[in-house]
Design a protein around this ligand. Sequence first.
Ligand SMILES: [Mn+2]
Length: 322
Amino acid sequence: MGLEDLRALGAIIKAKLANRPLALCDIGDADGLTSASLFLIKYPNGVVVFAPPGKVQRGRLYRLFTWDFVADLPCPGKAIIRADHHETNKPCAKLEYYDPEAPCSALLAMRALNLAGNPIAESLVKVAIETDTARISSEEARQVDMLARFSRYGEKVRAASMLAKTGLEALKTPYVKGIVDRGIRSWEVMLKVADALGVDKVINAYFNVKLGISYRQLTIELQRRGASMVNLLVRLGYRTFRYYCGADPSSGFDCTKVATALGGGGHSYAAGAQFKAPLTRPMKGVETFINALRANLNLNGVELLMVTKDTNGFSVRRVQVA
Ligand SMILES: [Mn+2]
């Protein structure tokens, strides 16, 4: 059990002992964060746990308890209310607010929690619609996106409660500004990585280096620059890999195909997966990635951009895979 699981377990026990409502929300983005805040607007004494979709799907911890509210995540086992819009997730809760056509889970969460008309709730949902459809136009949405991506676990829990109490006013506090600033610095690194990767119709890149950037942001940036599909593989640990995909379905690409092949899921326009390579052959992870691309994309040979550490931070090498 990892540190985040232990934190989650602590929160679950606290909620169950005190008979406080318990929520499980996506740890990865603004949709999960704003959905958590909506839950706390409805239940100010509620307890929120954040987790990534892969863990909720596979981790046994999350199956042990009944969740009062689940947002932007697959089924943890037992749930009363669930708000979600992922095509690859199956409905399961007693009360499902599930709509794969919805722009974000927060919108469904607002309905589920009967918060329509609440000005704070409405402003958070507006932000989630912008961030989750990769069409960020307002400064508030940009900041909430940074806040969700760059907050550590405890910071995220606190931020969710601040957003619930004061709405987007929370963005003006030094506490939140500090987290957002961390995001802005990492954003600048991300832009340098995008410059180094260049523009191609399909971009496949492997990162064997910790850059402290948001890879989801990188897929969006590369698509903005003209890529139709972006496939990123990041080595998280000795044998742990994460896959990020962004694609334009109108050009015939579907992220869920590759993501599903790697044990994950999501939307046709954005999906991801996390998987482990064998202990004895950790680099098999890259092979698995290339095979999944080859089997699911109609490409003549796969070109891979290898990003590795060097004295300037990182460098990119182009490799043709037969
Ligand atoms: Mn979402």
